[in-house]
Ligand binder design. Structure first.
Ligand code: PMP
Ligand code: GLN
Length: 383
């Protein structure tokens, strides 16, 4: 039921990470860092476990984390969510997305508008919700939406506009005109906006602007983020939702029957992380920017045409110049050919649109510098 193309099979990330393990290749596929995040975050979790913080936390999240999330939204974006009414802790952004779609979609007549390519969970969660997926293409090389395409996609059946910014898999960041048009269209058609901002601090020419900060947007926007990328704790699955109380309550009503609650000892640790000084947050963007540049140079040297990323873990590269016709075949062969794993962009698009993205490959830059340098060296054998 999860979709036209067998989304109940293992995800592309699981398949490619397994391939990396099997072949011993460098894994620039699945987006997870190969280094630990800040020591205070790790130490706070260790201490919490030792101190017995090991039973169910409150369903909304521990007050300390809800407060830290609210403070973070104020410090970086000037928003003032009430930690008790406007914040909900979830099992990663993935549960937040699932619970939000299940909560806010009414039935099969509802449409959910997404930019395509899209993170794979979007199509699966929209399918679970029973709504119809409507896509707006992001075309190479800039991967910015055409606002006429966006206007054509949003109508009175649109229940939600689901926006990922910074964007996985393209690395694109929305411009001000697109953000404003999303809000204008949502108001005009009485739709809600759901934002996925898991890469909010991994933006290279920042700062990040959440759609919820635009005039008129807060009342109709559910903002989602997660600790995984910011604190290099992708395996902890601590995420959150912020938004108006009625929408957050609706998401909580579903979330309580998905996981109820989770990650008790990780919650105080992420609260400590969210309270780190500004320098930590600018530092992670600076570090990743340098890795993005190293990766992009390596890909160019290997003969790819590179679309430089403005944010996120990812960089897209076109393998057409290397003779590739189908990125899925290219990526399945790449570990044996040169010992590197990457993800074909076709994994992020509906079957009908695969031809438009056939030769594009996603590479993750969130690895140690020496790992990226070694991957670049290996990829040069393709040139
Ligand atoms: N949204 C996007 C755009 C992602 O790239 C990911 C994967 N990291 C997620 C959501 C899932 O986040 P989490 O691991 O917090 O569930
Ligand atoms: N978000 C990660 C990526 O895009 C993968 C997460 C997962 O494996 N579900 O690579």
């Amino acid at each position: 039921m999860l979709g036209e193309d067998g989304r109940s099979a293992p995800t592309i990330f699981a398949e490619m990470s397994a391939l990396a393990v099997r072949t011993g290749a460098i894994n620039l596929g699945q987006g997870f860092p190969d280094e630990d995040g800040p020591a205070i975050v790790l130490e706070t979790a260790r201490r919490a476990i030792a101190d017995g913080v090991n039973q169910y936390p409150p369903g909304r999240g521990i007050p300390e984390l809800c407060e830290a999330i609210a403070e973070h939204q104020h410090r970086f974006y000037g928003l003032r969510p009430d930690p008790q009414r406007n914040v909900l802790v979830t099992a990663g952004a993935t549960e937040a997305l699932a619970a939000t779609l299940l909560a806010l979609v009414d039935g099969p007549d509802d449409e959910v508008v997404v930019f395509e390519p899209y993170y794979d969970a979007y199509a699966a969660c929209v399918a679970l919700s029973g709504a119809r997926l409507v896509t707006v293409p992001l075309r190479p090389p800039a991967f910015a939406p055409d606002l006429d395409d966006l206007r054509a996609a949003v109508g009175d059946r649109t229940r939600l506009i689901l926006v990922n910014d910074p964007h996985n898999p393209t690395g694109a960041v929305l411009d001000a005109a697109t953000r404003a048009e999303i809000v204008r269209l949502a108001e005009r058609h009485d739709a809600l906006i759901v934002t996925d901002e898991v890469y909010e601090h991994l933006i290279f020419d920042g700062p990040h602007t959440p759609i919820a900060t635009l005039p008129g947007a807060w009342e109709r926007t559910v903002s989602i983020s997660s600790a995984g990328k910011t604190f290099s704790t992708t395996g902890w699955k601590i995420g959150w939702v912020t938004g108006p109380a009625d929408l957050v309550d609706a998401v909580l009503a579903v979330k309580q029957f998905l996981t109820y609650a989770g990650g008790a000892p990780f919650q105080p640790a992420i609260a400590a992380g969210l309270r780190l000084p500004d320098a930590f947050f600018t530092g992670i963007a600076d570090t990743l920017r340098a890795k993005r540049d190293l990766l992009a140079d390596g890909l160019r040297d290997a003969g790819f045409a590179v679309s430089p990323a403005a944010g996120s873990y990812f960089t897209l590269a076109d393998a057409a110049g290397l003779g590739a016709r189908d990125a899925a075949d290219f990526c399945r062969a790449l570990p044996e050919r040169v010992g590197v794993v990457a993800i074909p962009l076709t994994a992020f698009v509906t079957a009908a649109h695969r031809r438009d993205y056939a030769t594009l490959v996603r590479f993750a830059a969130c690895k140690r510098v020496e790992v990226i340098a070694e991957a670049a060296r290996r990829l040069r054998a393709l040139a």
